[in-house]
Write a protein that binds this ligand. Structure first.
Ligand code: ASP
Length: 326
């Protein structure tokens, strides 16, 4: 073949090849790394403006739902004015502050700690249980030792003012496992990140002046918190004994699985409690929930409970509907 013929033929072949490639490109588009980002949501119990804002902003920056929930609740664990979460929380009747917490992620993995002394960030510690041990729950000194192993600082959780309140309480030592119906401060938080994944955390010092060793619903997976990433999540606050008897948060997620909205599921779960009591004047229970579509809801026994919602980068306090609303 002459050199000129070769060039002509090769050029034609080249054109045919590149045309073919162009056609192929039209038919079979290369997969673009397009990510459908979801609008993140942070939802928490009570009026914890700051905690919810911190979680929401962190979600906007792209952190995972679990990281955001732990970061958010840490604000209240470290808030000395909060008398039922973390440092500054009220002690038990013997004067010891003991904390409970749990976390659950979007894979259905979870961790919990109960009756922990001297450690402030117990939700973060619950994560260590989940990630670094083969267990789900650690109690008391076992959990505390694990904390030191992972660099947590030993701290005095009884503050000057929580000790003062305790000393005053000692004068009557009236033990009523009854909680102020308008001011419980357990923080349960549900977060949805930009991938649409849901995780949560729940952390508390429990009932003020509780019996030594008493543990409420907050660190119990299914009671104080439950997440199913295909369906949604729920968290609880209020009299833990009632919430545990009904496995409240798990129940709400299951009711959402059956088609109920978060609001309907919270109402139905709460009615399982109210229907068993003739009198409701001595305790409060409140639930919050979020589904996979980002819908939210809450319900409580006594008016006065509110949830914080961070949606579309706006943090809002939403007064909850109550069973005893007039
Ligand atoms: N649920 C918590 C407990 O029973 C208390 C609360 O939320 O106020 O320990």
């Amino acid at each position: 073949m002459k050199r000129r013929d070769f060039i002509t033929k090769s050029t034609k072949a080249g054109v045919a090849l590149s045309l073919g490639a162009t056609l192929m490109a039209c038919v079979e588009k290369p997969k673009s790394p397009m990510i459908h980002r979801k609008q993140p949501i942070a939802l928490c119990t009570w009026g914890f403006v700051n905690a919810n804002l911190v979680a929401g902003k962190a979600l906007d920056q792209g952190i995972s739902a679990l990281d955001a929930a732990i970061k958010g609740v840490a604000i209240e664990e470290e808030n000395l004015k909060n008398t039922t979460v973390g440092k500054g929380g009220a002690p038990d009747r013997e004067g010891n502050v003991t904390l409970d917490a749990c976390i659950m992620d979007s894979n259905g993995d979870c961790g919990a700690v109960v009756c922990v002394e001297n450690i402030t960030n117990v939700a973060a510690l619950a994560r260590i249980v989940m990630e670094k041990t083969p267990h789900v729950m650690l109690a008391g000194s076992g959990a505390e030792e694990l904390a030191y192993k992972y660099g947590f600082q030993k701290e005095q959780l009884l503050t000057e003012s929580s000790n003062k309140a305790y000393q005053e309480w000692l004068e009557t030592s009236e033990y009523k496992p009854i909680i102020n119906i308008e001011n419980h401060d357990t923080i349960g938080m549900l977060c949805m990140d930009q991938n649409g994944d849901i995780a949560g955390a729940c952390t508390t010092s429990g009932l003020s002046y509780k019996m030594k060793g008493r543990v409420g619903d907050s660190p119990i997976i299914g009671a104080g918190l439950f997440i199913d990433n295909e369906i949604g999540g729920a968290a609880a606050t209020g009299l833990g004994e009632e919430i545990m008897k009904n496995v409240g948060s798990f129940l709400i997620v299951e009711l959402m699985r059956q088609g109920k909205s978060p609001q309907e599921a919270c109402e139905e779960a709460l009615k399982r409690i109210t229907s068993k009591h003739e009198k409701l004047d001595h305790f409060q229970v409140a639930y919050i929930a979020m589904n996979k579509a980002g819908e939210t809801g809450s319900y409580c026994i006594h008016p006065g409970f509110a949830r914080m919602e961070y949606k579309n980068s706006i943090n809002t306090r939403v007064a909850s509907k109550a069973y005893l609303d007039v």
